[in-house]
Design a protein around this ligand. Structure first.
Ligand code: MEV
Length: 337
């Protein structure tokens, strides 16, 4: 039996634009998906998913993609989660050249599903790591990231960047621009997350931006402007001392860039009333900046604030279902004892 875990993430800058080769800076956070994998003697796959921030459910594969949820949970979310587990298994079988390997799999996660915190990437990364180890074919983090990207690419019909999966596999703050993926040195950033209790449909949201971008030159330029924000934000982070607490000047400028990025994402149609209301609650409470994170449409915002003001304000915001502080997680995928 092998247990691996991988972190979720927030986007400091660059979601959506990264799909078109612009850069992005996602940051791993201390919320993890944990996948337990045990080899079976047959070729069946049994998946048990506990607390995917839904009520627990159990599904059984019978060698192909048939499964039966035990309890009543939103089918679209179950389908999505199981599609990612399926794709991770295929990548592990391929890496070990064992196309008939069967597994009992348990998925546990404290990352809300489809809410912009990289839940699917974390499940795929941890799943590939645990399954390949179970088949005595351990992969290094970069190869796990590469295969996890292939898995997401398949599930999302080619509409995925390398950002989520690379960040989850490597941990810390990363820079992704096309095929260029690297770890960055960066100080700890005081992230506060607000969650509206909902989820967005990544495929639909990405397709919406794609349509706008191909139809209107100003939408294409908006995507390019997000890329410019990311490049300037990256320079700010590179010049900061990773050993010290970030100073007010750095946080103020990063926050300004986050606000700008959120405005452009809103213009591209991927925000929502609940996300906007949480963003404004954070700003009015004195956060340095606030923006949606991930695909949008519902889910989470991320704000920068080292005081407790933003958390308190979000607790009293009707649209906010949950608020928490998220520490940067400098460790990516890892084996659990
Ligand atoms: C989703 O977490 C982030 C998007 O940029 C899609 C992707 O990068 O694959 C919207």
């Amino acid at each position: 039996m092998t247990i691996s875990s991988a972190p979720g993430k927030v986007y400091l800058f660059g979601e959506h634009a990264v799909v078109y080769g612009e850069p992005a800076v996602p940051c791993a956070i201390e919320r993890r998906a944990t996948v337990t994998v045990e080899r079976r003697s047959d070729d069946h796959i049994r998946v048990e998913a506990r607390d995917l921030s839904l009520d627990g459910f159990t599904v059984e594969y019978t060698g192909d993609t048939e499964y039966r949820p035990d309890v009543d949970v939103p089918t679209a979310l179950v389908d999505a989660a199981m599609g990612y587990v399926d794709a991770a298994v295929e990548q592990a079988r391929d890496a070990a050249d064992m196309p008939d390997a069967g597994f009992d799999i348990i998925v546990e996660s404290d990352i809300p599903l489809g809410a912009g915190l990289g839940s699917s990437a974390a499940v795929v990364v941890a799943g590939i790591d645990a399954a390949t180890r179970e088949l005595n074919t351990p992969l290094d983090c970069r190869e796990v990231a590469r295969r996890a990207y292939n898995a997401e690419y398949d599930v999302q019909d080619g509409q995925a960047s390398r950002a989520d999966t690379f960040c989850s596999a490597m941990g810390g703050v990363v820079y992704v621009e096309g095929d260029e993926c690297r770890r960055m040195t960066a100080p700890n950033l005081p992230f506060v997350i607000g969650f509206d209790g909902g989820a967005g449909d990544t495929g639909e949201l990405v397709a919406g931006v794609r349509r706008l971008r191909s139809e209107y030159d100003f939408a294409a330029k908006t995507v390019g402007s997000i890329g410019e924000i990311v490049r300037q934000g990256e320079t700010l982070l590179q010049n900061a001392n990773p050993e010290t607490t970030p100073g007010q000047a750095l946080l103020t400028e990063l926050g300004q860039f986050m606000d700008f990025d959120h405005g452009l994402l809103e213009a591209l149609g991927v925000s929502s009333r609940t996300l906007d209301n949480m963003v404004w609650a954070a700003r009015e409470a004195g956060a340095y900046g606030a923006k949606l994170t991930g695909a949008g449409g519902g889910g989470c915002i991320v704000a920068l604030d080292e005081t407790s003001e933003t958390e308190t304000a979000l607790e009293y915001t009707a649209e906010c279902h949950d608020v928490f502080r998220a520490e940067l997680d400098r460790i990516g995928v890892r084996v659990e004892e």
